[in-house]
Design a protein around this ligand. Structure first.
Ligand code: FEO
Ligand code: CA
Ligand code: CA
Length: 692
C-alpha cells in the first residue's frame, strides 16, 4: 500500500494528539493533563545566569583546550556536507536530483490500518512480542494465567528503544536490546480492577518493566530476525539490582531503610529511549518515574514538597497502587526511594552477570535517552533531553577518554566514562525573535535559527566528588534535583525534548521536540524562535551544529511538523507538496548514508503513527517520506535503519480509550480474536538492500 504523494488524504483536523487517554495515564502519569511542573521564570533568573557564566570563566582554560580539538573534528566530520552555513541549499526546492541512497522507496500513505504498512517491494515480520520466551526455562505465554515468575523470563511489555549489536565471530547473529517503558494493566489482565490491583498483578508489572537482552539470528536472503536462546540473553526488570555511581552515590538523599549505603537500587523504571555506545554498551533513560510513587501529599516539608512538585510527583495513591505491595513506592514510608530513579542507566549486554549502573553525574530528570558523540581525542559527549513541556536539553562532557579495543580492561575503563566530567544545560537565542508571534510564520531571514550556549551546572571530579556551579545549590542537590539547577541558570524552556541524537556521519546533533499544547497559553512561556508555535500540537525537529566538547553552538529548525498544506509547517525548505505529513516527532535514528529517520508518537493528524526518512543535505534537504505505519493505537519507537533492514518497536497497539483486554480493538500482531501485544517489527526490501 503506497502512493506517490501521500498528502492529507486521511488527515482530519481536530488539532489534538491521537494518543488515547489510557496511554497518557499509564505511560507518563497523565503528564500533559497536569499542571506544568516548570513554574520557573527564566527572565527572573537572568542575573543568576550571569553569575554562573562568570564562574564558568574559571573553567574556560581547560574547556577551550578541549574545544580546539572538538572544533577540528567537527570540520573534518562535516567535510562532505553541502551548505557552508550548515543548513543545506534546498530553499523552496522540489529536488532535481535522484532520491538519495536510503530513501528510494515509495512513501506509505497516512492510514488507520490495524497492521504494519510498509512500502511496495518491502516485507515485514515480527521479531519478538510481549510474553515470548527470552530465557530457556520461560514458560509459554498464557495471557489469562500470567505470573510474575513467568514474566521475569519473558519479553516485557511496551517496547520502546531498540539497539542491535553484531555478535563478534557470528555472522548474521546479533544481540537485540529493548527497553520496556511501562505497563498498561487494563490491556494485560481480563477484568482489571484499577482500584484493587492484586499482588500478583504488581509482580507481573514489575517484571514487565526494564530491558530485554536477546540474541536474534538473521535469515539468508531476507532481513528477517528470529530470537534464539543465546549466551547473552537476560531480563532486567524493576527489581534487578543496580549500582549507583557519580556524585549522588552514597548521598543522604539516596539512602533508604533497605539500602543505608545509598548505592544499591532495585530496578529501573519507565525506560524510554536509549543509545548504543561506541564501546558496546547500552544507555537507557528513566523517564516518567514520578508516576510509580504514592502518597506524595503526605509531605509537609516545603522544600521537599517543592522538589517533588518540580518532578510532577503529587497526590495520594499512584496509578498502579504499587505502594500497597512494597513500601519503597510509598513516599510517606520511604521518602528517598523516588530520588533513586530518573537517571541514565548503562547495561553491559555482553556480560549477563554484570551489575547495571545508574550514572548520576548526568543528572536526574525525565531522561528520554542519552546518545554519544566521540571527539577526535576520545572525549565522550552524551546528549540527553528532559521530556516534559517547558523542560530542558542537557549534555555531559567526559574528562576521561574512551579506550578502543574490545578487551575486558577497555570495557572496565569505558564503563566509568560517564562518571567524571561536566554537566551542562542549553540556553538558546534566536536571531529573529522580534518576528516570532506564535503563528509559526517563517521569519524574514527564511529560517528559525540562532545561537546557543551550554551553561555548566556540575563538575564531577576524577575521585567522584561533585562540585556545584549553581549558586545556592550543593553538588548533591544539582545532581538529584537537576531541574531546579536548570531553572536557576535560566535554561531555555523547550517543547518536550525527546530523542537527542548526533549524526555519526556529520557530527550535527538533532533533537525531536514532540509538542507542547501549553506553549504561549496564559501564564506560560511564549513562543520563541526555537519553539515558534503557540499551542504546539505537531512538534518540530531541531538541528544543532555543536562544539561538542565546548560551550557554543548554532541551531536551526529542520522541520516544523504537521500537515504540509498548513501555513505553519516547514520542511527544511523542501517543496511541501512533495512530502508526507508528519506529527509529534519522538525517536531519531540515522541510516548508514546519513539520512535522518524520525518515528512519531501521538500523530495529531488522524493517521496511525509512523516512521519517516528525512534528507538532510543537498537540494532534497527536508524531503520527508513515510516508510511505515504501525497498527491502530500504537506508537512507533526505537527505529534502527541499516542497509539490510529497518527495525521498529510498535508500542501500545490497540490502546484506545474504550478498549481493554475485555474489549480489544486491535488484534495485532496475531490476528483473529487475539489480544494486541507490543512487538518488535523488522522490515526489509524483498529484492535487495534498502536504497542500494
Ligand atoms: Fe517515553 Fe518521551 O517518550
Ligand atoms: Ca531566523
Ligand atoms: Ca519517546
Amino acid at each position: 500500500m503506497s502512493v506517490l504523494k501521500p498528502l492529507a488524504l486521511f488527515v482530519k483536523h481536530d488539532g489534538h494528539s491521537s494518543r488515547a487517554s489510557v496511554t497518557c495515564r499509564y505511560k507518563c502519569g497523565d503528564a500533559c493533563s497536569h499542571e506544568v511542573p516548570n513554574n520557573s521564570s527564566g527572565e527572573y533568573f537572568r542575573d543568576i545566569a550571569r553569575t554562573a557564566l562568570t564562574r564558568r570563566g574559571v573553567l574556560r582554560g581547560s574547556a577551550m583546550a578541549v574545544l580546539a580539538v572538538g572544533a577540528g573534528s567537527a570540520l573534518v566530520a562535516c567535510g562532505d556536507n553541502d551548505g557552508a552555513d550548515g543548513t543545506g541549499s534546498g530553499s523552496g526546492s522540489g529536488g532535481d536530483s535522484a532520491a538519495p541512497k536510503g530513501t528510494d522507496f515509495q512513501a506509505v500513505a497516512p492510514n488507520t490500518e490495524d497492521v504494519v504498512v510498509v512500502p511496495d517491494g518491502y516485507d515485514s515480520d515480527i521479531v519478538i512480542r510481549w510474553g515470548d520466551a527470552v530465557l530457556p526455562d520461560a514458560p509459554e505465554f498464557d495471557f489469562a494465567n500470567q505470573t510474575g515468575d513467568a514474566q521475569a523470563k519473558q519479553f516485557g511489555f511496551n517496547n520502546d528503544f531498540a539497539g542491535l549489536l553484531p555478535i563478534p565471530g557470528e555472522p548474521n547473529s546479533f544481540v537485540l536490546v529493548v527497553n520496556h517503558e511501562y505497563t498498561t494493566e487494563p490491556f494485560m489482565f481480563f477484568g482489571y480492577d484499577e482500584e484493587n490491583p492484586t499482588e500478583e498483578q504488581f509482580r507481573i508489572a514489575i517484571a514487565a518493566h526494564g530491558l530485554t537482552v536477546v540474541q536474534v539470528d538473521g535469515e539468508s536472503g531476507s532481513g528477517r530476525l528470529t530470537p534464539a536462546f543465546g549466551q547473552y540473553n537476560r531480563r532486567i526488570t524493576g527489581a534487578t539490582e543496580f549500582v549507583v555511581t557519580g556524585p549522588a552515590a552514597g548521598s543522604d538523599l539516596l539512602k533508604t531503610a533497605a539500602d543505608p549505603t545509598g548505592t544499591k537500587v532495585l530496578g529501573t523504571l519507565n525506560n524510554c529511549a536509549g543509545g548504543v555506545t561506541p564501546w558496546g554498551t547500552i544507555l537507557s533513560g528513566e523517564e516518567n518515574f514520578n508516576q510509580y510513587f504514592g502518597n506524595a501529599e503526605s509531605v509537609t516539608d516545603p522544600v521537599v514538597a517543592e522538589r517533588l512538585s518540580r518532578y510532577g510527583i503529587k497526590g495520594a495513591a499512584s496509578e498502579r497502587k504499587w505502594e500497597r505491595f512494597d513500601p519503597r513506592f510509598d513516599i510517606a514510608q520511604e521518602p528517598n526511594e523516588v530520588n533513586r530513579f530518573g537517571y541514565i542507566v548503562e547495561i553491559d549486554p555482553w556480560d549477563p552477570q554484570s551489575t547495571p549502573i545508574k550514572h548520576t553525574a548526568l543528572g536526574r530528570f525525565k531522561h528520554e535517552a542519552a546518545t554519544i558523540h566521540i571527539t577526535d581525542d576520545g572525549t565522550v559527549v552524551a546528549y540527553s533531553g528532559d521530556d516534559e513541556r517547558f523542560d530542558y536539553m542537557y549534555k555531559f562532557v567526559s574528562s576521561r577518554k574512551m579506550q578502543s579495543g574490545d578487551g575486558q580492561a577497555a570495557m572496565r575503563h569505558n564503563l566509568t566514562l560517564l562518571d567524571a566530567g561536566t554537566l551542562y544545560v542549553a540556553k538558546l537565542s534566536g536571531n529573529s525573535e522580534d518576528e516570532i508571534d506564535g503563528s509559526g510564520k517563517l521569519p524574514s531571514d527564511g529560517k528559525f535559527d540562532g545561537t546557543g550556549e551550554w551553561i555548566p551546572l556540575l563538575i564531577t571530579h576524577e575521585d567522584g566528588r561533585g562540585e556545584s556551579l549553581v549558586d545556592g545549590m550543593s553538588a548533591e542537590e544539582v545532581t538529584v534535583f537537576t531541574r531546579l539547577a536548570g531553572d536557576k541558570v535560566g535554561a531555555t524552556k523547550m517543547d518536550r525534548p525527546e530523542d537527542f541524537e548526533p549524526n555519526p556521519k556529520t557530527g550535527k546533533v538533532y533533537v525531536a521536540l514532540t509538542n507542547n499544547s501549553n506553549r504561549g497559553t496564559e501564564g506560560k512561556a511564549p513562543a520563541d524562535e526555537a519553539n515558534p508555535r503557540s499551542n504546539n500540537k505537531n512538534g518540530q525537529v531541531l538541528e544543532i551544529d555543536d562544539d561538542h566538547a565546548g560551550t557554543k553552538f548554532t541551531w536551526n529548525l529542520l522541520l516544523v511538523c504537521g500537515d504540509p498544506e498548513a501555513a505553519d509547517t516547514y520542511f527544511g525548505g523542501f517543496d511541501k507538496s512533495q512530502v508526507s505529513p508528519i506529527s509529534c516527532p519522538d525517536n531519531l535514528a540515522f541510516d548508514p548514508h546519513g539520512n535522518l529517520w524520525v518515528s512519531t508518537d501521538g500523530n495529531a493528524l488522524g493517521s496511525n503513527d509512523g516512521l519517516f526518512s528525512v534528507v538532510l543535505d543537498g537540494d532534497r534537504r527536508g524531503e520527508t517520506k513515510q516508510f511505515l505505519t504501525v497498527p491502530v493505537g500504537a506508537e512507533t519507537c526505537g527505529p534502527i535503519v541499516t542497509e539490510d533492514r529497518v527495525i521498529v518497536c510498535a508500542q501500545h497497539p490497540g490502546e484506545l480509550d474504550d478498549a481493554s483486554a475485555d474489549n480489544p480493538m486491535s488484534h495485532w500482531p496475531d490476528g483473529g480474536d487475539s489480544q494486541p501485544r507490543p512487538s518488535v517489527v523488522v522490515a526489509w526490501k524483498k529484492d535487495g538492500r534498502i536504497g542500494v
